[in-house]
Design a protein around this ligand. Structure first.
Ligand SMILES: NC(=O)c1ccc[n+]([C@@H]2O[C@H](COP(=O)([O-])OP(=O)(O)OC[C@H]3O[C@@H](n4cnc5c(N)ncnc54)[C@H](O)[C@@H]3O)[C@@H](O)[C@H]2O)c1
Length: 349
């Protein structure tokens, strides 16, 4: 018999709505029994999207009476307190990224999950995207030889009112790199392994609503000598690349065209001859996965882990590794130095 998990949503803003809109195919495995937001209208609006009649409240303690697990989608400075409350009430938690705003907060959350013997998973949805999963597999199997450069671009326009929690460094926990770039630092570590050194340069030029950077550039060198680069901006008023992932390997370049939902292999058919303008390249589609909803695959994984007791792929400990890299990069940026990243992570090979 299928177990129906009773899930509460705590925080009913943009991300919670996005999750709910992608849950249709999971409705035989979960029931959203409560929706909570300090703004009751937001909680009601999410309740209206649901087939059942959940508890609607401004107080998360009402939700804890009627659920087994929680999807927590709150402003970052509230992640630690609410996650620990839910774990102490015996609930499993799928917490939106980033786990917490400091290493101390993250460690307290990890300890609360351990003490209560509950699952704490971090919603790094990109790790569940089939195109990303296949790119990682090809890189790690050296299917096209060694990878010497992984570059990731994410270009968006994300603007909030000055009073919004996302504008302030203390409530957001940092800037664009911490809030959004954490997905891609996590992916880079997952694909490329241990970092040895790196740098971050950010700016809030043209994203004046951001106290810290709205545009971020990260360069990392990994243990095997390869390089990683991430450019993320919330200031793009136009874009060509949108979201693009490119891995240069010895035998070609792997590309995820996120908008088209394709993983491509670009390879040169002939050796480049200086002065000869026409380069013969071949482009092969390795995987087509348009319209994928990675948050739905992520939720399915969370439910699978609750049923089997397996450790989630994006467990709290491994998610902390990426945040530690970000904090070292920020520190080095403030000191105008290159960050020494050796020995700061253990989870990724
Ligand atoms: N995985 C992704 O791609 C992705 C994308 C966007 C946001 N997120 C994450 O989702 C989380 C929420 O972000 P968002 O964009 O939905 O923000 P949001 O501001 O739209 O929503 C946050 C909600 O929390 C509510 N809230 C604030 N304090 C509360 C409290 N004490 N109790 C109950 N509710 C409270 C607010 O009223 C608001 O509705 C963040 O961790 C963010 O990083 C993830």
């Amino acid at each position: 018999m299928t177990v129906k998990h009773k899930l509460a949503l705590i925080g009913c803003g943009g991300m919670a709505r996005s999750h709910v809109s992608r849950f249709e195919e999971l409705m035989d495995r979960l029931e959203i029994t409560a929706v909570v937001d300090i703004d009751i209208e937001r909680a009601k609006a999410v309740a209206e999207l649901l087939p059942n009649d959940p508890v609607v409240s401004t107080d998360h303690r009402d939700a804890l009476k009627v659920c087994d697990a929680v999807l927590l989608a709150l402003p970052h400075h509230l992640h630690c307190e609410y996650t620990i409350d839910c774990l102490n009430a015996g609930k499993h938690v799928l917490a939106e990224k980033p786990l917490g705003n400091s290493e101390e907060e993250c460690r307290k959350m990890i300890e609360a999950a351990r003490r209560n013997n509950r699952t704490l998973m971090v919603a790094y949805c990109m790790r569940f995207h089939p195109l990303v999963v296949m790119m990682k597999d090809l890189i790690q199997r050296k299917a096209y030889g060694r990878t010497f450069q992984l570059s990731i671009w994410t270009e968006q326009h994300t603007e909030r009112e000055a009073s919004n929690w996302m504008c302030r460094a203390d409530t957001l926990g940092g800037g664009q790199l911490f809030s959004h770039g954490c997905h891609y630092i996590d992916l880079m570590l997952w694909m490329m392994g241990k970092p040895v050194e790196g740098s971050h340069i950010g700016t809030n030029l043209c994203t004046p609503w951001m106290e810290r950077e709205g545009t971020s550039n990260v360069s990392i060198r990994f243990e095997d000598g390869s390089c990683g680069y991430h450019f993320g901006t919330w200031g793009a008023r136009g874009t060509k690349l949108g979201y693009s992932f490119q891995a240069h390997c010895e035998e070609g370049m792997l590309e995820i065209d996120y908008a088209k939902g394709q993983l491509l292999l670009h390879s040169r058919l002939e050796k480049h001859i200086p002065g000869v303008q026409e380069n013969k390249n071949s482009v092969k589609v390795l995987l087509e996965a348009p319209g994928i909803k990675p948050t739905s695959i992520e939720m399915k994984h969370f439910l699978d882990c609750l049923e089997t007791g397996a450790t989630p792929l994006t467990d709290a400990e491994s998610s902390l590794e990426g945040l530690k890299v970000i904090w070292e990069l920020y520190k080095a940026e403030d000191e105008r130095k290159l960050a020494d990243l050796t020995g700061i992570i253990n989870k990724f090979k």
